[in-house]
Design a protein around this ligand. Sequence first.
Ligand SMILES: Nc1nc2c(ncn2[C@@H]2O[C@H](COP(=O)(O)OP(=O)(O)OP(=O)(O)O)[C@@H](O)[C@H]2O)c(=O)[nH]1
Ligand SMILES: [Mg+2]
Length: 406
Amino acid sequence: MFKQGRGVLSQRPSLPLARGSGVEFTSAAVMSNHPSEPHQVNHFTHPHVFPPARGSEVISSFSSSSSISSSISSMAEPVVPEVPPASWTEKPSVVDFSYVGIDAILEQMRRKAMKQGFELNIMVVGQSGLGKSTLMNTLFKSKVSRKSVMGTGEERIPKTIEIKSVSHDIEEKGVRMKLTVIDTPGFGDQINNENCWQPIMKFINDQYEQYLQEEINIDRKKRIPDSRVHCCIYFIPPTGHSLRPLDVEFMRRLSKVVNIVPVIAKADTLTLEERDFFKKKIREDLRANGIDVYPQKEFDEDAEDRMINEKIREMIPFAVVGSDLEYQVNGRRLLGRKTKWGTIEVENIAHCEFAYLRDLLIRTHMQNIKDITSSIHYEMYRVRRLNENNTHANNVADHHLTSHEM
Ligand SMILES: Nc1nc2c(ncn2[C@@H]2O[C@H](COP(=O)(O)OP(=O)(O)OP(=O)(O)O)[C@@H](O)[C@H]2O)c(=O)[nH]1
Ligand SMILES: [Mg+2]
């Protein structure tokens, strides 16, 4: 349903490194630590063609089959073999001189990306008990990283009382990814929920600040560790009515600093009609309150982007069901929730929309989510902070000047 392979470099077709140029780099050369000095190997079209041999070598090679007289005469004039090796007479293959090889950059980028790997940081936010920790486990246990998850999953998930990050290194077809999910304590338990977004906003801004400090460091690292929150999954309680003022306020604030993807939590509690109605109502509420969730319309890059993202916008919020328990269904082990009337399969799109959410985050829009974090949200933070510093520096300078003048 979404455009497959977007931002997933591994799915790009591999290209010849320097097609038609006659000069190839071995993969070892490209992978070497000194890209500026690769061990250039001239694999000419026929690697076994050598330049014409000098006289003595030709003599020795002909001596075994020639008479002594011919070998004497050969000493007077250079010997040219009567029948040149077939390879000399072969027509050179047609070289396309108009081909520069710009497309080889894709292969270079692919190799670099494979070596570096990818990082994605997702945060789960919402009222207490909506299944945030469960969905986090679902994400790790689902197809994304079934292999990397240990443990039985039999223990009950405790109430989350502090912001906690959990990371898993996932590898698929040679591509490495570090997926970090930041679990947050649920809010809404207190009678006064005023400012309950503050700890979350602080955490997000702290990560931007850390990144900024690394960036402006004179001795900065070649690759800055990226702990910035790339996406925040916002859990909406399955009331079936409309967005609550608290959710509106929370999302309005969050959407200004981070990409948010809203989801209807515990969607198994709604009938299909209720689910459709609620989804539509939430979209209207978001629009009415000026809350721009991911993928934001204003960041669509072209008509193709717009077409794909429009379909996603029509589906948002995803109605999800979470579980970290596996059950045997028709001979297959599946993540699900077992009920009296059957098992809800969390990865089955006929049952809920968890798979759409996962595909959006990891399969189709990961790079875009990271790009928007970096070029929009972090950029805004950076500009604001650097302006603050400048204003502060100017004030200090003014203060010095005035005290001097006095
Ligand atoms: N029906 C239903 N129950 C769920 C779903 N996801 C989680 N639960 C259950 O809801 C309860 C709370 O789940 P948690 O994952 O701990 O919720 P949480 O949002 O992390 O809660 P806090 O840490 O207190 O904020 C558990 O009993 C889960 O099994 C779901 O999709 N549907
Ligand atoms: Mg929790």
